[in-house]
Design a protein around this ligand. Structure first.
Ligand SMILES: [Zn+2]
Length: 436
């Protein structure tokens, strides 16, 4: 649960990097997408989609559709590990070991947490290697050696043991002191912890994995800062991150909260996109910022966490009443209950996948529209969407998009851009743009 929460948070901080000034890529617009009297958004969208070769499309579809199944396998695999820890009595034994080392309850909780995190890491390792390393390599998205990848995983485990440990100690303290209302206080503490993680992510956590440097190339930085000022963003720096250390993916993000906010471009994007594509992406990221997506997401998570804690409280007492004795779990305040809590929460996360995806996707669409209006680069948007299409299915069915997509599909995004282009061609009129 906490690793999942962390992933969610990192994801929500919209993970996005830095290098030597790249030679500018030239924007390519297919003939049917060129501006002119006969411009048609549908035809232009199709022309852009047609630039993807059949083999590239097949590979991207296979990669992304495989991801649908991985949601299921991840859930089942994790559930099996957790069930094993409970049914074999390993969870109770781990708690006994922690109690032999110390009598102090918070320390017992932390020792249990460390052991539990390591057990999940070790038992989950085969699937993690396949999913995070081998499969990424098979699809040509990986830039890291096994050693480098493993190093990052080990770092994440360490962060999880330390930071997750603090949360878990606080939560068990609450459960033991406030047995009737712990789910409410627990939800509050969890949200405060999430806000703290978002706050420290750009400053302390992200630099543990990548190098963040201020964007040096004035040809790219100045137009971005101009766009920022136009949108009331008091930014003096844009950051680039060496995301190519890990992968070939193109990305950008806004991270941070309450003063640690920053916009970051990854080096893959800088090296592979035209200036129009970069400006389009920056318009999108500024949309997240101006529309307060970070705070809105936190508000939504507050509701979600409150519901999850309510279900957790009910689920724990129900299952402990039935199997607590057999599993050697004494009560809700016993750290040995953690695999059971994770099991309940993983069911909720699994069932909640479409809701979570839809929430994020709606924000992403808002940011797209904001970006088109401010950066005015519909073709740059299409260029970036095609690059994102290397790892995200371009043209799914609406149901697929609803359930599995945390961003609009490539077709939706390109069509939105081309419709904007069709309806704003008059902006090119130097004398009286759109009659304004
Ligand atoms: Zn976004």
């Amino acid at each position: 649960m906490v690793p999942r929460l962390l992933t969610l948070l990192l994801l929500f901080s919209l993970l996005v990097a830095a290098q030597t000034p790249p030679a500018a890529v030239v924007l390519k617009i297919p003939p049917a997408a060129q501006a002119g009297p006969g411009f048609n958004a549908e035809a232009a969208t199709n022309a852009y989609l047609a630039t993807v070769t059949p083999s590239a499309k097949a590979r991207s579809d296979a990669y992304f559709e495989g991801g649908y199944w991985l949601i299921l396998w991840d859930f089942l695999y994790e559930a099996a590990i957790l069930a094993l820890l409970l049914a074999m009595g390993w969870s109770a034994r781990l708690r006994d070991m922690a109690e032999r080392i110390t009598r102090r309850k918070p320390l017992v909780t932390w020792l249990y947490w460390a052991g539990f995190s390591i057990a999940l890491f070790v038992l989950g390792f085969p699937l993690a290697v396949y999913e995070g390393f081998l499969r990424e390599g098979q699809y040509g998205l990986m830039n890291q050696s096994f050693g480098g990848w493993f190093g990052d995983q080990a770092k994440m485990l360490g962060i999880n043991i330390v930071l997750g440990g603090l949360l878990v100690m606080a939560l068990f303290g609450i459960v033991r002191r406030l047995p009737k209302t712990w789910h409410l206080w627990g939800a509050g503490v969890t949200i405060a912890f999430q806000a703290l993680i978002i706050l420290i992510f750009p400053v302390f956590l992200a630099p543990m994995f990548n190098k963040y440097t201020p964007l040096e190339d004035a040809r790219i930085r100045e137009p971005i800062l101009r766009l920022a000022r136009q949108n009331g963003i008091q930014a003096s720096e844009v950051y680039e991150v060496d995301a190519s250390r890990q992968s070939k993916r193109v990305s950008a993000n806004v991270s941070g909260i309450m003063g640690t906010e920053r916009i970051t471009l990854n080096d893959n994007l800088l090296n592979r996109c035209s200036p129009q594509g970069i400006m389009s992406t920056m318009g999108h990221e500024m949309g997240h910022y101006v529309l307060n997506h970070g705070y809105k997401m936190l508000a939504f998570l507050t509701i979600l966490v409150a519901i999850f804690f309510g279900v957790l409280r009910w689920g724990l007492s129900w299952s402990l009443g039935r199997w607590g004795g057999r599993w050697g779990i004494r009560e809700v305040g016993d750290p040995a209950v953690l695999p059971l809590a994770f099991l309940i929460l993983s069911v909720l996360f699994f069932v909640g996948t479409p809701a979570m995806n839809t929430l994020v996707r709606v924000q992403e669409f808002e940011a797209d529209v904001f970006g088109l209006n401010t950066a005015r680069q519909p073709d740059g948007e299409a260029e970036v969407d095609l690059l994102l299409g290397e790892y995200r299915k371009m043209d799914p069915t609406p149901l697929e998009e609803f359930i599995f997509f945390d961003h609009p599909s490539g077709r939706t995004r390109i069509y939105t851009a081309m419709r904007w282009k069709a309806e704003n061609q008059c902006l090119g009129d130097a004398v009286n743009p759109c009659g304004r």
